[in-house]
Design a protein around this ligand. Structure first.
Ligand SMILES: NC(=O)c1ccc[n+]([C@@H]2O[C@H](COP(=O)([O-])OP(=O)(O)OC[C@H]3O[C@@H](n4cnc5c(N)ncnc54)[C@H](OP(=O)(O)O)[C@@H]3O)[C@@H](O)[C@H]2O)c1
Length: 274
């Protein structure tokens, strides 16, 4: 597994394992154990996925030492604010049965005002300084959400986790984050399965004797982005990690970069609030 280096010097495994929509209980426990067995070391969950307990159980049952793992969870929208974020973080740790998390993200920006985002961020900074989180970051933040937070942050965000896949490369947000040293993580790197029948991708994938899923993940990596593929299917979990043994040519990278829009979830964080 390769790593990226975050802006605070911490290393983060270059592919993470997604768990959104993996039901709590056996499904999540087994998916996490399978992923760890196949060599993933980085697990992405969130309070609102309601599977933190099962992620924690999968980690414990895998027998992989905690210090070898990278665990991310996220603050849900109902818990925005300083005190509520501190409380929500404690609850997540309790559910995961961990002493610390590697990365804690604000899951979704408040669109109406920057204040709740900043209040949550101040709580994140406190937890970070206490060593209970190794890196802090954002999710679904666009430049207009990030700038007010940067203006007041003592600790700049290390990560922004956004929808990113062929057909939806969110160039403006990616460029803004790059300029500010914020690593982009790709959620739905396979478009939640919606882009896996695309003819344009199929033609390119065939050249490399790889699946469309592997092409999408490799494309993220070659663009300096950290993909978080999700699967509950052992063969796919394995396949999605076999992306370090081929290289997409610059010409094919450009072809994928420039594809017209497809596969978007329709969730624009500048408009949608949960
Ligand atoms: N921060 C946020 O707001 C946010 C939002 C969405 C997602 N996320 C994170 O990003 C992760 C990934 O996003 P995602 O869950 O939307 O979807 P994804 O990884 O883009 O796609 C997952 C879908 O593709 C299928 N799949 C996986 N690998 C495959 C392969 N090699 N061949 C064919 N089909 C394959 C899976 O099926 P099976 O599972 O049935 O195998 C599942 O239906 C999430 O799990 C979550 O951790 C974050």
């Amino acid at each position: 597994m390769q790593n990226y280096k975050l802006n605070n010097g911490v290393s983060i495994p270059a592919v993470g394992f997604g768990t959104w929509q993996t039901p709590p209980g056996e499904a999540t426990v087994n998916a996490v154990k399978t992923a760890l067995e196949y060599g993933y070391t980085h697990i992405d969950t969130a309070a609102c996925y309601e599977n933190e307990e099962s992620v924690g159980q999968g980690i414990r049952e895998s027998g992989v030492p905690r210090e070898k793992l990278y665990v991310t969870t996220k603050l849900w929208n109902t818990e925005r604010g300083y005190d509520s974020a501190l409380k929500a973080f404690d609850q997540s740790l309790q559910k995961l049965r961990l002493d610390y998390v590697d990365l804690y993200l604000i899951h979704w920006p408040d669109n109406k005002s920057p204040e709740p985002n900043i209040a949550s961020w101040k709580a994140f900074e406190k937890l970070y300084k206490e060593g209970r989180i190794k890196a802090i970051g954002l999710s679904n933040f666009q430049p207009q959400h990030i700038q007010p937070l940067l203006d007041l942050a003592e600790v700049p965000p290390a990560v922004n986790q956004i929808e990113y896949h062929p057909g939806f490369p969110q160039k403006e947000t990616v460029d803004f984050c790059r300029k500010h040293g914020i690593l982009i993580e790709a959620w739905s790197p396979l478009g939640s399965g919606r882009i896996l029948q695309e003819q344009s991708l199929q033609q390119i994938a065939q050249k490399y004797h790889k699946s469309i899923a592997q092409l999408c993940l490799r494309w993220c990596l070659q663009n300096g982005i950290l993909p978080l593929p999700k699967s509950v299917t052992p063969a796919r979990i394995k396949e999605n990690l076999q992306v370090f043994d081929f290289e997409i040519t610059p010409e094919d990278m450009r072809r994928i970069d420039e594809l017209p829009q497809f596969g978007w979830s329709g969730l624009d964080s500048a408009k949608v609030d949960f």
